[in-house]
Design a protein around this ligand. Structure first.
Ligand code: BGP
Length: 478
């Protein structure tokens, strides 16, 4: 029993986390360019500032300078054996002010060159249109996806990309981890739709309204892609991960079931083209009146996705509480630790079986091909005196997760098209803005205090993954 010979072993990144060159060749600011660096040890969260402020640290301005190193990096990806490279297109490189009349040619050309370089090296580029970033101007002028106007601006951006990269890019996804918003925290809202909550408006209303406009924008983009070429496949992108009940108590089980529903309804809309009743009831019960037109409902049906892309890092456990008799979703408030699992230095539980669970769950619910487009371990790495980076902990994490992904395919029969490591090369962490939260199989010499040469260095995991790809996963079971 073997994976299909065309299985896409890959690596994934996002533009704002590695490109740098934040103001080069006509690029406008993006929301990621006004996010400061956080700190895991000092427990400092990232902040969103109003514009770029003097004296603040913005790690995404520099990233790992992929903009100037991409040829060298892709040569390393080829050596690693990658068959696919997932990245995103920085929207503000193409439309610096969001509503410009013409796209920025230099921005378009950068991605042309990047995709050509991938293809030349036998690597298929796979593209996310909006990975936690929209043009800062879109936020400033229109309040991001709180404004219906954002739909047209997104679809125009998507159409420009579909036409320009036709024949080069086959797989797209629209909004990265669109369901992160379910947690209704300012950070996630800002990253997804760049809606920065204001006191006068309820956070929940903000979330449902901006998510609705994003879902309509996504459906219109899917329709547009299909009109342009039937070879273009567009997926949704969902942050996956099971929510387990804390005990055998029926109330814990019901709580876990409904928590999953509250986290994944976004995928229902993407895949089925309509809202689940549960969410419509919830909006009515909470008196949340969002702008949904009959035409929107029609569009959602017409723009259902071709496949499901998912990220997977960890799982959660939920417990019923007496002050939550309606079982409504309250995010991490109802979460408890899983005593069976270890956690990373950033407190994320490590649960390889949760990946198999997620693949089965998505397969049962939607029956569409699935791509695992992110999976990896954020850890502190050490460069030894001989220059080596012996990241056995990362190899252990990846090995156990790839094994469960393969079990889902080979034993459970789930249709998985791709598996991509987050990340083939170190990048800036999305949630903390740190360099030292490293996921890469290639080390980049740059640290949290901004000291480093940007030199690239292969970690032990680089050679390990190369072998996995060469054997089409066979080495995992050895
Ligand atoms: C996902 C995001 C990525 C990425 C990853 C790891 O949620 O899609 O952009 O960064 O998580 O998260 P972090 O960088 O916060 O450790």
């Amino acid at each position: 029993m073997q994976l299909d010979k065309n299985f896409l072993w890959g690596g994934a990144v996002a533009a704002h986390q590695l490109e740098g060159a934040y103001d080069i060749d006509g690029k406008g600011l993006s929301i990621a360019d006004v996010m400061t660096a956080g700190d895991n040890i000092k427990k400092l969260p990232r902040r969103i500032t109003s514009g770029v402020k003097k004296g603040e640290k913005y790690p995404n301005h520099l990233g790992v300078d992929f903009y100037n190193h991409y040829r060298e990096d892709i040569a390393l990806f080829k050596e690693m054996g990658l068959k696919a490279f997932r990245t995103s297109i920085a929207w503000s490189r193409i439309f610096p002010n969001a509503d410009d009349e013409e796209p920025n040619e230099k921005g378009l050309k950068f991605y042309d060159d990047l995709f050509d370089e991938c293809l030349k090296n036998g690597i298929e580029p796979i593209v996310t249109l909006s990975h936690f970033e929209i043009p800062y101007a879109l936020h400033k002028k229109y309040h991001g996806f709180m404004n219906r106007k954002s739909i047209d601006l997104f679809v125009r951006f998507a159409e420009v990309c579909f036409r320009r990269y036709k024949g080069k890019v086959k797989y797209y996804m629209t909004f990265n981890e669109i369901n992160n918003q379910a947690d209704i925290c300012a950070h996630h809202l800002a990253q997804e739709g760049a809606v920065i909550p204001r006191d006068s408006i309820g956070m929940e209303y903000l979330m449902y309204q901006s998510a609705h406009y994003e879902l309509v924008a996504s459906a219109l983009a899917v329709k547009k892609a299909h009109e342009i070429s039937e070879d273009i496949k567009v997926g949704c992108m969902i942050a996956a991960g099971p929510v387990y009940p804390n005990s055998q108590d029926s109330r814990d089980n019901l709580k876990a079931l409904l928590t999953m529903d509250y986290k994944f309804w976004f995928a229902d809309v993407h895949v089925r083209g309509s809202y689940p009743n549960m969410i419509l009831k919830h909006l009515r019960r909470r008196n949340i009146n969002i702008d949904i037109t009959n035409n929107d409902l029609k569009v959602l049906k017409e723009g259902i996705v071709d496949y499901i892309a998912m990220s997977y890092y960890s799982s959660n456990v939920v417990r019923y509480n007496d002050d939550n008799t309606d079982y409504e979703y309250r995010g991490s408030k109802d979460y408890v630790n899983n005593k069976f699992l270890e956690t990373t230095d950033w407190g994320w539980s490590i649960d390889p079986i949760g990946l198999r669970y997620s693949l089965n769950w998505l397969n049962d619910r939607y029956d569409l091909p699935i791509m695992v487009v992110e999976n990896g371990l954020g850890a502190y790495d050490k460069v030894e005196s001989d220059g080596n980076i012996n990241d056995d902990y990362r190899i252990d994490y990846l090995k156990s997760h790839i094994r469960e992904m393969m079990n889902a395919v080979l034993i459970d029969g789930v249709n998985v098209l791709a598996y991509m490591i987050w990340t083939p090369i170190d990048v800036v962490s999305a949630s903390t803005g740190e360099y030292d939260k490293r996921y890469g199989l290639i080390y980049v010499d740059m640290n949290n205090v901004g000291v480093g040469t940007m030199e690239r260095r292969k970690k032990k995991s680089f050679y390990w993954y190369k072998k996995v790809i060469e054997t089409n996963g066979g080495s995992i079971f050895k």
